[in-house]
Design a protein around this ligand. Structure first.
Ligand code: HEM
Length: 90
């Protein structure tokens, strides 16, 4: 739920890139999602979605399918919101 959202700094986002046993996180308009559980279900394939792992995926997303409502689809995968580097827990 909303009460468990965390503050995510750019370096935390970069760290959660799906490698070394970590989940893949991706940000869309300032919201951070764990895209790992969704990977097998992405209609465009895992490889395409993974291009946004550990990054802001907004630009790639809008290039391919601006009509898709990611907020609706990934509600369960929301982990937090992007904040400046010095505003996140260390
Ligand atoms: C297709 C969801 C991120 C590349 C789709 C479709 C959905 C979807 C619902 C089917 C669209 C349709 O048929 O109208 C999502 C969600 C994303 C996401 C929820 C974010 C979490 C991305 C990213 C990329 C990407 C970051 C590119 C790097 C594609 C491609 C297709 C596709 C190439 C196939 C288009 C086609 O050939 O019909 N995605 N997507 N997606 N997606 Fe994504």
């Amino acid at each position: 739920g909303v009460s468990s959202l965390i503050r995510v700094s750019p370096s935390m986002l970069k760290e959660n890139n799906g490698r070394k046993g970590k989940d893949a996180w991706s940000s869309y308009q300032g919201k951070v999602y764990n895209i790992s559980p969704y990977l097998p279900f992405h209609p465009g394939g895992e490889g395409e979605l993974k291009r946004a792992a550990g990054k802001d995926g907004g630009k790639l997303f809008m290039e391919v399918h601006p009509w898709v409502n990611w907020d609706n689809m990934l509600g369960e995968c929301l982990v937090g919101i992007m904040v400046a580097e010095d505003k996140a827990p260390a």
